[in-house]
Design a protein around this ligand. Structure first.
Ligand SMILES: *Cc1c(COP(=O)(O)O)cnc(C)c1O
Length: 396
């Protein structure tokens, strides 16, 4: 189901060819520009660039051709007018809030978001008079009830991590716009290969490029995608002034990552689907959380909203924390790390790591049981991933 955009190109063509403006050297592969400043042909040209009368490079805090190559390519994939690349996923979220909010404004956010994003909202934005209310991702009535006259922004990730709950992006954009709010979606887990929130009505898409856009666990970076006005003016203004800039080298790694994004996301999803189906039939496994399973509560919505289910699979091991740790320690190939979005499969115990700072009550309210294990399924042979987990599960 390929939409046509930009000279009629399909998704993969845009992922491979958009944004490279070949130089006079005739290079075939995209160049890296490690230069902090740019030279003008005259004093008048310098003045015109600085005043904004004439487009072009000035200084690499806010204009670099390699970063722009990545920005143009990602904007084309998400279907947005503008993209601003940032030094990390967190600085993408921070720059969005700095650009679009002021003291007295209010955010309504899903409770199931990246832990550091929760800290950014609760500990730091609150110091500057921006408050955040948290709601259950899938409860549309709760979102509506939490909106106040001063609410400016609704924030979410879908599917959520680690429980893979899926939110109705189109429904939430309608709700946001009916109340004069912007809908911001952190699209890290799906990437535009699997889900394009802007086409469902969202105003801004955020990325931690560190994850699947890189895809091989090498670089830290982020991006914000949206309209000329919101992203091209407001978020870009924060980047230009405050400087959480993506390095040209990292931009180059990410733009090469985009070339294989669709292939990788389909392959991640296929591996995850097979693993989830196998886990669901295993006697030592309780509930399996994966949007591609018909038993998933939002399976139908996920299949309509996403091109494929993604790579996060979570499951309850019978026997609680001891059993979960035994399983994790019995693996020999899987990497015990909380990172995701890598060719290498990773395994974590959320209750004692990513969600370890929550009280037991908060954890159980969030559905994170002591036996929960999260897998970010990589691109190794599925038989080897299964064998590595099977050894531990069979020993329980
Ligand atoms: C990792 C992550 C972030 C933060 O990105 P960094 O690149 O680590 O700063 C934000 N949101 C989600 C969903 C993430 O997984």
């Amino acid at each position: 189901m390929e939409e046509q955009r930009e000279e009629g190109w399909g998704f993969s063509t845009r992922a491979i060819r958009t944004g490279h403006h070949r130089t006079s050297e005739g290079e075939h592969s995209e160049p890296i520009f490690p230069t902090s400043s740019f030279v003008f042909s005259s004093a008048a040209e310098a003045a015109a660039r600085f005043s904004g009368e004439e487009p072009g490079n000035i200084y690499a805090r806010f204009t670099n051709p390699t970063a722009r190559n990545f920005e143009e390519r990602l904007a084309a994939l998400e279907g947005g007018e503008r993209c601003v690349a940032t030094a990390s996923g967190m600085s993408a979220i921070w720059a969005t809030c700095m650009g679009l909010l002021q003291a007295g404004d209010h955010i309504v956010s899903s409770r199931s978001i990246f832990g550091t994003t929760t800290i950014l909202f609760n500990k730091y934005l609150s110091r500057f008079g921006i408050e955040t209310g948290f709601v259950n991702l899938t409860d549309l009535a709760a979102w509506e009830a939490a909106i106040r006259p001063e609410t400016k922004l609704l924030f979410l990730e879908t599917p959520s991590n680690p429980l893979t709950e899926v939110a109705d992006i189109a429904g939430l954009s309608e709700l946001a716009h009916a109340h004069g709010c912007l809908l911001v979606v952190d699209n890290c887990l799906c990437t535009p290969a699997l889900q394009r929130p802007l086409s469902l009505g969202a105003d801004i898409v955020i990325h931690s490029a560190t994850k699947y856009l890189d895809g091989q666990g090498r670089c830290i970076g982020g991006a914000v995608v949206g309209s000329h006005e919101l992203v091209g003016e407001e978020v870009f203004g924060v980047l230009r002034t405050a400087g959480p800039t993506l390095s040209p080298f990292n931009a180059w790694v990410f733009l090469k990552g985009l070339e294989t994004l669709d292939l990788r996301m389909q392959a991640h999803s296929r591996n995850a689907q097979q693993l989830a189906e196998w886990l669901e039939g295993h006697p030592q496994v309780g509930r399996v959380y994966f949007p591609g399973l018909p038993s998933h509560p939002q399976h139908a919505l996920a299949m309509q909203q996403q091109q494929a289910p993604g790579s996060i699979v979570a499951f309850d091991v019978k026997g609680g924390q001891l059993a979960a740790w035994t399983l994790i320690d019995a693996t020999r190939m899987l990497s015990i790390t909380a990172n995701l979005g890598d060719t290498k499969t990773t395994i974590t115990h959320p209750a004692s790591t990513t969600h370890g700072r929550l009280t037991p009550e908060e954890r159980s309210r969030s559905g994170i049981s002591n036996g929960l294990v999260r897998i970010a399924v990589g691109l190794e042979d599925i038989a080897d991933i299964q064998a590595d987990l099977g050894r531990g599960l069979d020993s329980l």
